[in-house]
Design a protein around this ligand. Structure first.
Ligand SMILES: *Cc1c(COP(=O)(O)O)cnc(C)c1O
Length: 384
């Protein structure tokens, strides 16, 4: 049957009908009063979503482009950076920093485990001559479903005083509380196709006054992603280069939807979706990859033992038209991942878990009593 695809991957995420309809409109000129109005509203609402008075700039890039903007605008060749690596996206930060000629030091944890804040503390305290110019962290590590303890790590960065904190919030923004101003986060990158409920094509960077200070002396080459240009033009409700006008209209609609739901309600919903998914997975006797207390509200990774991850994904797709994500890099084939980010409701989780049970049955997985997963998810929904 056509048109029944259910996306349960951590981006692109499902898009609401109101947003799809907004996307169907003719493009408008970006040097027009009509576009200025859209931009003004979107900029205001982005600040609301980011819980900040800082600049939040929109770029025509994927999430990685926003990350790159977060590096090249604030650092200089040879600068020392401390990067947290416990998954694919942490590794990406380290590779990107090395590509730009930064001196990369890392704090590592096994894939599936959270970064240890004390290791950041030790390295930052040892840096008495303040050579560390930035600490770079992935908040929600999408490759493993781990939520890193950004709040505590950031406290150690603040105690250091000099270093900027640069954050990949691509799958945490709009899913879990991330109060930029309250915590004093300097650079926060995110992307449209994740918590924003719109298709891929816009990257966002929030920039603190402290980061703008660093911008003045930063020497890495920049042109298209020179955030100073975006800042200057954002003040006039415009952009330096042609923005994805249709996506901006979609974003306007999506942000209104988020505002009417409310931040607390959005975070509570993601918490509930995560809890229901995790309880269901446990009840099906499948091992969760990320430990309790450190799990991402955007994505649940499962590491099955008596059944093949790729077979599960294949049956889920063929029989139920539900797309799940596989493992990345050396976890390819070893884990599968259930995305529950953005436009996802309790019903979607019940559907996915029921389909997963049916899939496991088809794959002759014996270690589960029928209905146990759905019952566990339903219990969570009944309680919250
Ligand atoms: C999706 C994602 C990105 C960005 O990936 P793009 O493909 O460049 O949009 C970055 N970090 C994390 C944690 C992600 O989940």
């Amino acid at each position: 049957m056509d048109d029944k695809l259910m996306l349960m991957i951590p981006g692109p995420t499902p898009v609401p009908e109101q947003v799809l309809l907004a996307l169907a409109k003719h493009p408008i000129g970006h040097r027009s009063g009509d576009f200025n109005k859209i931009m003004a509203e979107v900029t205001q609402n982005l600040k609301w979503l980011h819980q900040t008075e800082n600049d939040v700039l929109s770029l025509t890039v994927s999430g990685t482009g926003a990350m790159e903007a977060g590096i090249i605008n604030f650092l200089s060749p040879g600068d020392r950076v401390l990067v947290g690596c416990n998954g694919k996206f942490g590794d990406r930060w380290a590779e990107m920093s090395a590509a730009f000629g930064l001196e990369v030091d890392t704090v590592k944890a096994e894939w599936g485990q959270p970064l240890a804040p004390e290791e950041f503390k030790a390295k930052l305290e040892a840096d008495t001559d303040k050579q560390i110019k930035a600490v770079i962290i992935t908040h929600s590590e999408t490759s493993t479903g781990v939520l890193n303890d950004l709040e505590t790590i950031n406290r150690h960065v603040k105690a250091h005083g000099e270093a900027l904190i640069i954050v990949d919030a691509v799958t945490s923004l709009g899913a879990v509380n991330l109060p930029i101003d309250k915590w004093g986060l300097d650079v926060v990158a995110s992307g449209a196709q994740k918590g924003y409920m719109i298709p891929p094509g816009i990257g966002f960077v929030a920039v603190s006054p402290k980061a703008w200070e660093a911008y003045k002396t930063a020497k890495l080459p920049r042109f298209y992603l020179d955030l100073g240009k975006y800042r200057k033009d954002a003040a006039k409700n415009t952009t330096p280069f042609t923005p994805p006008v249709n996506l901006m209209v979609a974003l306007q609609v999506a942000l209104r939807m988020m505002q009417s739901e409310g931040l607390e309600a959005i975070f509570a919903r993601h918490q509930r979706l995560m809890q229901a998914t995790r309880e269901a997975v446990k009840a099906m006797n499948l091992p969760l990859f990320a430990p309790d207390g450190h799990s991402s509200p955007a994505i649940t990774a499962v590491a099955p033992t008596n059944v093949e991850s790729e077979q599960i994904r294949s049956v889920m797709k063929k029989q139920f038209d539900i797309a799940l994500a596989g493992g990345q890099d050396h976890y390819k084939g070893k884990i599968f991942r259930i995305g529950h980010l953005g436009f996802v409701s309790d019903r979607d989780i019940l559907t996915a878990i029921a389909a997963l049970e049916a899939t496991l049955r088809e794959l002759s997985y014996e270690s589960m009593s029928p209905g146990a997963g759905v019952a566990a998810a339903a219990r969570v929904f009944a309680q919250s």
